[in-house]
Design a protein around this ligand. Structure first.
Ligand code: DON
Length: 588
């Protein structure tokens, strides 16, 4: 689980970057707020006329911005951003992981969603995460090692998107990350603190230990200049040979060997899984909310459907009049989220394998009926929070799921000079993924996003492991449309809390009129399964007593969002980065 950066470490990153990088770094140190998100204070809003990137690390945003400044498209910049992130924020996303892309094309005025989610190997069985006695494995016993590694999708996603919308030659887009990998980069305070917090887990495998720890076994310190020659070579091979250089040949063989020879937790990924991997275009899930259209990623992500359900329930109430400081708003938001999660755990999974009633789940009549459950003035009791009966024509039901999801991941947004928009959430799942590393990048543990249990009360679980299937995700890359034009691109990391982070930001933007700087910094209050999670050290704590009085159990703790947003206004672009992480918005 990733930990939240301290005030000191955020300030230190500003300093570090100011001394290690060029012109963009000056902007970067400006935009990294030295303050923890407290109260409803906002992150700095960066403005630009032509193009912008908001991403989780200044070097990644800078690489993307340079591509845009040279006339590249948003998709070109995406490749530069992703390849730098995989180097400087390796714990969160990279070549060994998967991603979802929500893309608005200014030429066709259409939104396309591409699914670069990892797949379960063809040799995987539904019992992948059960022990010899049929009991679910402990989470980290399942995560660490080859068992959890799915076929990576991010490289194919980059290739597919570039084939469709790229402008800059493919091979040129890998140069920024390759150069940084060869020259070295300063380990950020966040990365250093996460390595230190990992302890022995990250020392399970030799190549990972050698990269993240010094010769004396000490975790790398912030500011250490880290080079990654194998990563540079991997990028150089992909630049020259395209995605096939990753999915076949020496790199594919190294991935498979690493997974299959990882000791007692070895996995079953095979060369054929890599060679046959496909990115899938999925139908975007768009819901209307107060005259706007909120568009995002459908299954295998549960993100857009769950957010759509929450908003569809909340549309029946006047949140604007109630206001952001009113516990009644949070009762409605919290219970709308619990109802959405009750449907999510029963109905949502990879629709190539299980029929999900997406249309029924988002129907206004269904949600209008279900919204009546919120008419009371107290928190719903646990018994009242059950899945509903959406309309659908598939005659069977699924058991409730027990997927365990813990925080890591990255979200970035890009707008180019032509108005093309990228909203992409990208991950290797847990912080440092499976902890296995090969060719300079970490391998994902995405398969632990499946339900470990295969059945519940005699019914199969929709999100159980099956060969070739994609684990259900919560990632919610989103583009908000107004009158057919993009208005806001946003998303966040945070495991299953992503849904709440993004939904809260949308309500804050749409109902409460907060700007991008305020919505990414706003203290979090999230309710997925009953207890109300409130963000420690912020004004969200003020909700604790009123929410308890409404009948909620309240938990106060760190909440690790990484919201990045760009607003497209008549006057230009406005972007902001979540002050809880190291990200920035940069633009011109
Ligand atoms: O796909 C998912 O929903 C998760 N694997 C994402 C993991 C994540 O966001 C962890 N976050 N901080």
């Amino acid at each position: 689980m990733e930990t939240v950066m301290t005030t000191r470490s955020i300030a230190a990153l500003g300093l570090l970057l100011a001394t290690t990088t060029g012109a963009f770094a000056q902007q970067a140190s400006d935009t990294v707020s030295p303050e923890r998100a407290t109260g409803f204070s906002a992150a700095k809003v960066v403005t630009a006329k032509a193009h912008m990137v908001a991403a989780a690390h200044p070097l990644a945003a800078e690489a993307g911005e340079k591509v845009l400044a040279a006339g590249g498209s948003a998709i070109d910049a995406m490749i530069a951003v992703q390849t730098v992130l995989g180097l400087v924020e390796p714990q969160s996303s990279g070549l060994g992981g998967g991603a979802f892309l929500v893309y608005y094309d200014a030429g066709t005025k259409r939104i396309t969603t591409l699914d670069g989610r990892e797949t379960a190997p063809m040799e995987a069985t539904p019992k992948l995460f059960l022990d010899e006695t049929g009991q679910p494995l402990k989470f980290f016993d399942a995560v660490v090692g080859g068992r959890s590694v799915g076929t990576p999708g991010t490289v194919m996603l980059m290739q597919e998107a570039h084939n469709r919308w790229g402008r800059t030659p493919w091979k040129d887009l890998f140069a920024p990350a390759e150069k940084i990998a060869r020259d070295g980069f300063a380990v950020s305070p966040r990365l250093a603190s996460l390595i230190a917090a990992e302890g022995d887990k990250l020392k399970t495998f030799e190549s990972t230990t050698a990269y993240f720890f010094g010769a004396d076994g000490a975790p790398l310190k912030a500011g250490t200049i880290l080079k990654n020659q194998p990563y540079a070579e991997t990028l150089s091979a992909i630049a020259a040979g395209g995605a096939p250089a990753f999915y076949t040949g020496a790199i594919a063989e190294a991935i498979v060997d690493t997974v299959r020879m990882s000791g007692k937790n070895a996995g079953v990924l095979a060369l054929a899984d890599l060679a046959n991997y496909q990115v899938k275009e999925r139908r975007p899930v768009c819901v209307s909310y107060r005259a706007l259209d909120i568009c995002g990623m459908g299954p295998p992500s549960s993100g857009a459907v769950a957010i759509g359900q929450m908003l569809g329930l909340l549309e029946n109430f006047d949140l604007k009049a109630l206001g952001k400081d009113n516990p009644e708003s949070w009762r409605l938001i919290g219970d709308a989220q619990r109802l959405a999660f009750a449907d999510r755990e029963r109905f949502l999974a990879d629709t190539d394998f299980v029929p999900s009633p997406i249309k029924g789940l988002l129907e206004k009549t269904y949600l209008g009926e279900r919204a009546k459950l919120l008419d009371g003035d107290k928190a719903l009791t646990d018994d009242a929070v059950t899945s509903g009966k959406p309309e659908w024509d598939h005659a069977f039901n699924f058991g409730r799921d027990a997927a365990i999801e813990l925080p890591s991941t990255s979200h970035f947004v890009i707008v180019d000079k032509d108005g093309n928009v990228v909203s992409m959430t990208t991950t290797i799942e847990n912080g440092f993924g499976s902890r296995l590393m090969t060719n300079g990048f970490l391998l994902n543990n995405e398969l632990t996003d499946f339900s470990f249990k295969t059945h519940d009360e005699g019914m199969p679980v929709a999100n159980r492991v099956e060969p070739g299937k994609r684990p259900r995700s919560s990632m919610s890359p989103t583009i908000v449309m107004k009158d057919g034009k993009p208005l806001l691109a946003i998303g966040s990391p945070g495991g299953s809390q992503i849904i709440g982070y993004v939904a809260q930001a949308l309500v804050a933007y749409i109902d409460w009129g907060l700007d991008v700087g305020a919505i990414v910094a706003m203290p979090h209050a999230i309710n997925r399964f009953g207890p109300y999670d409130l963000e420690a050290g912020t004004d969200a704590e003020k909700l604790a007593e009123p929410l308890k009085a409404l009948g909620y159990e309240v938990k106060i703790g760190d909440m690790n969002s990484g919201l990045h947003a760009i607003e497209l206004t008549a006057d230009g672009l406005k972007g902001a980065a979540d002050p809880r992480r190291e990200g920035v918005a940069l633009g011109q």
